[in-house]
Structures are given as C-alpha cells and as structure tokens.
Design a protein around this ligand. Structure first.
Ligand code: NI
Length: 175
C-alpha cells in the first residue's frame, strides 16, 4: 500500500543538496518509494515530485501531468518514475511559463525553460529510455531535474517581480 509522505519546504537544507545517483535498482524499498511519491504528488495536486522533496537524496522523480485545480490545463499522462534522469540536448528555444512547487507553497514564479528537450533516464526496472519532451511535460522535467541539483524555481525567475502568490496568479490566469 502506498502512503503519502511529508513534503519538505523551502528552507529545509535537504532541498539544497545535490542528490546521489541510484546504483541499486534491486533495492526492495525502491518500489515503495516510487509508489509513495506518486501518492504524495497526487494528494497534493502536483504534476511532479522529486525524491528530495520527501527528504530522500536520490536522483529520482515522478512526472505525473494531469489536470488539477493547481494546473487546470495540464495534459494527462501515466505517472512515470524517472531514475538518474539527464538532459542530453536542448532546443535552445526558451519559453516563459508560471511554475509552482509543492515545496514552495502558495507561490508561483515566471520561469524561462527550453520548449523541447532530449532526455535520458532509467525506468524503475532499469530500462534506458531516450525521448524528446516538449512544452508542459518538458517544463516539469526541467523543474524536477533542478530539484536533484538543489535548485528551486524562485532561483530561476528573471526578476523578483516575477514571483507572486498563488492567489494573485489565479487572478492573472483565470480573469
Ligand atoms: Ni518542485
């Protein structure tokens, strides 16, 4: 059975560490960790979550785009665990978009990201995946990868005025 875990918030030093690569794919705790991450993201209306957000220093995150009250226009996909993820190429075409983070509650920031990226990661079963991601899912991947390097989205806003509360964001997004 999966369970939700407590989410670390900005200010917690675990969020500022560089996470460690996963080398033991047969660790029986890995399946439980992945199930718990998916349950935690789902319960909090997140579209992604990275291991450091539940205080685990591992290069693992979940991409779980689906429409929710926090992201009404998100595309739907199966929650996908990505282990030892990396970006191998970038489109170079930067697009700005509003991001939030379960570890930065109540805030949104306007962040520039590559519109398209070529990525590699391992599945939970150790299969190597090499694919291109675009638009919202590419944004989630870049945001989650930052978590594995101790970077949070407020570090990425171009201007301090691009950091606003969720309530103010809702006025912009749904007026
Ligand atoms: Ni985040």
């Amino acid at each position: 059975m999966s369970k939700t875990r407590q989410i670390s918030e900005i200010g917690n030093p675990i969020l500022r560490q560089r996470s460690t690569a996963i080398t033991n794919l047969t660790d029986p705790e890995l399946d439980e960790t992945i199930a718990d991450l998916i349950a935690t993201a789902h319960a909090a209306n997140g579209v992604g979550i990275a291991a450091p957000q539940v205080a685990l220093s591992m290069r693992l995150f979940i991409v779980a785009s689906r429409p929710s009250p926090r992201y009404p226009h998100a595309p739907t996909m199966e929650p996908t665990a990505m282990l030892n993820p990396q970006i191998v190429d970038r489109s170079g075409e930067l697009v700005s978009g509003w991001e939030g983070c379960l570890s930065v509650p109540g805030m949104r920031g306007l962040v520039l990201r590559d519109r398209a990226i070529e990525v590699k990661y391992l599945t939970r079963h150790g299969e190597a995946v090499h694919q291109e991601l675009t638009d919202f899912v590419a944004r989630i991947f870049q945001h989650e990868l930052d978590h594995l390097d101790g970077i949070l989205f407020p570090d990425r806003v171009s201007s301090p005025t691009d950091l606003i509360t969720e309530a103010e964001y809702m006025k912009i997004a749904f007026d």
